[in-house]
Design a protein around this ligand. Structure first.
Ligand code: UD1
Ligand code: MG
Length: 417
């Protein structure tokens, strides 16, 4: 409706509009401080074997070791910046009413606190800055430059779509297709090989040692990106689980890459794994910073911005590093969670907005519900648990699956490929 113009009587002066009062936000208390002790434990468990492999176990060329270490140093600076930025960004997202209630604390005082949501946006931005600064590592004629730029474009697009999802809360069936849009820059720019090595036991049946899949390979890349992003997003809802699983998988990817670089003499193969390290080190560093605030009891929530960003970064690293089969074995808990979720995702069984356990405020324990998730399955199998111990159990399971993958690769080495 158009506003009517008011005419002032003759002789009167135009009233001076009242100055808008500054909006005060004294109602938002500062978030709880970061839990650095927990992060230090995570970091030490991983970094000791990782740096041992790089510096002592394998004889890695200085030419390759140097960029890896430079990348590690920039990533560490990224960690410090992320730790500093999260409390600042938390204030801003709360002002914009971007918050959630901690469902697994409903009925306790913590259940009524507004927890800032979507802090994955800080992680995503710092990650992109670190990754863009690292472009200095590539000369303009490098073959890897196009792929590196395409990878960054896809990750950046995913961060945008994740944030859109957090702000607009799109229906979850639409969420499923968002990563396929974000993967487009990667799929269109990808100029690497599209062939796969047929596993030795299958060669007599297929009649080929190498099979060129052409466009089917690109379809596979797109599907992998959709799977990695969504599978992290639906294995969630417990404080620390979204970031914790990413941290464990990222550690496994880094160790796998170093082992492959150390054991190979093919420069192209080594470059592919180094490429993956350049993406995963900043992911791990910035994720650890987020985990220090998201660990139980969460001071901030990560949002779909983070789950999509983390899934896409790992998918891109796996695709361009050419170890997608290994990546899928690292994702075993996510595969199991996806299989358990299928009846609800397919609409055969009703799917509520949140498929979380039932919280008992008296005992502080979670009980598994009939919703098809790994979280509920673990609670049904191992009995009622506190949120923190359930998260630790699920992360130990994630680490065991990654360890199993290393064992499987070691057993099948030479026989399988
Ligand atoms: C996915 C899951 C949904 C699960 C949700 C939890 C499917 C199809 N969807 O939905 O079942 O409930 O993730 O993230 O499997 N929250 C907590 N504690 C946490 C983390 C999140 O209570 O540690 C709650 C908060 O209210 C937060 C909300 O979950 O605001 C975020 O949910 P969102 O990420 O938007 O859910 P989806 O990804 O759509
Ligand atoms: Mg989510």
């Amino acid at each position: 409706m158009a506003a009517r113009k008011r005419t002032l009587p003759a002789g009167t002066t135009k009233p001076v509009p009242e100055k808008p009062k500054p909006v005060t936000h004294q109602t938002d208390p500062p978030i709880r401080p970061a839990k650095f002790t927990t992060i230090l434990k995570f970091f030490l468990i991983f970094s000791i074997p990782y740096f041992y492999l790089i510096f002592s176990h394998y004889n890695i060329d200085y030419e390759l070791k140097k960029p890896i270490l430079i990348n590690a140093v920039i990533s560490f600076i990224g960690f410090l910046i992320t730790v500093r930025m999260i409390p600042v960004a938390s204030k801003y997202v709360l002002r914009r009413n971007l918050f959630g209630y901690d469902i697994n604390k409903k009925g306790t005082p913590d259940g009524s606190i507004k927890v800032p949501e979507s802090l994955g946006i800080v992680v995503g931005i710092v990650f992109l800055v670190v990754a863009i600064l690292f472009l200095f590592n590539y000369t303009p004629d490098s073959n890897w430059l196009v792929e590196y730029n395409a990878a960054l474009a896809s990750i950046c697009f995913m961060i945008l779509l994740g944030f859109v999802d957090d702000v607009l809360d799109v229906p979850w069936r639409v969420k499923l297709v968002l990563p396929s849009i974000a993967a487009l820059p990667l799929l269109m720019a990808y100029a690497g090989h599209t062939s796969i090595i047929i596993p030795k036991p299958l060669v007599p049946y297929v009649g080929l040692e190498i099979l060129d899949l052409g466009w089917i390979y690109k379809l596979y890349m797109g599907l992998l990106a959709v799977f990695c992003t969504n599978s992290i997003n639906i294995h969630a809802g417990i404080n620390g689980l979204e970031v914790g699983q990413t941290v464990v998988i990222a550690c496994a990817i880094l160790i796998h890459n170093v082992m492959q670089i150390g054991a190979s003499s093919d420069p192209e193969y080594k470059q592919a794994h180094a490429f993956s390290i350049y993406l995963i080190q900043p992911l791990l560093a910035t994720s650890l910073a987020l985990l220090s605030y998201n660990w139980y009891p969460s001071s901030v929530f990560v949002g779909d911005t983070y789950t999509y960003f983390a899934g896409m970064t790992m998918a891109v690293a796996g695709i361009l590093g050419h170890f997608s089969e290994t990546l899928l074995i690292f994702f075993t808990p996510q595969v199991l969670n996806f299989l358990l979720s299928l009846p609800q995702l397919a609409g055969i069984v009703p799917c509520p907005r949140h498929r979380l356990p039932r919280f008992d405020p008296q005992s502080g324990l979670l009980t598994g519900t009939n919703d098809g998730t790994l979280v509920n399955f673990f609670l049904r199998q191992f009995g009622r648990k506190t949120e923190k111990s359930l998260c630790i159990l699920l992360l130990i399971f994630q680490a065991i699956c990654c360890g199993f993958c290393f064992l499987l690769r070691w057993c099948l080495a030479g026989w399988y490929k």
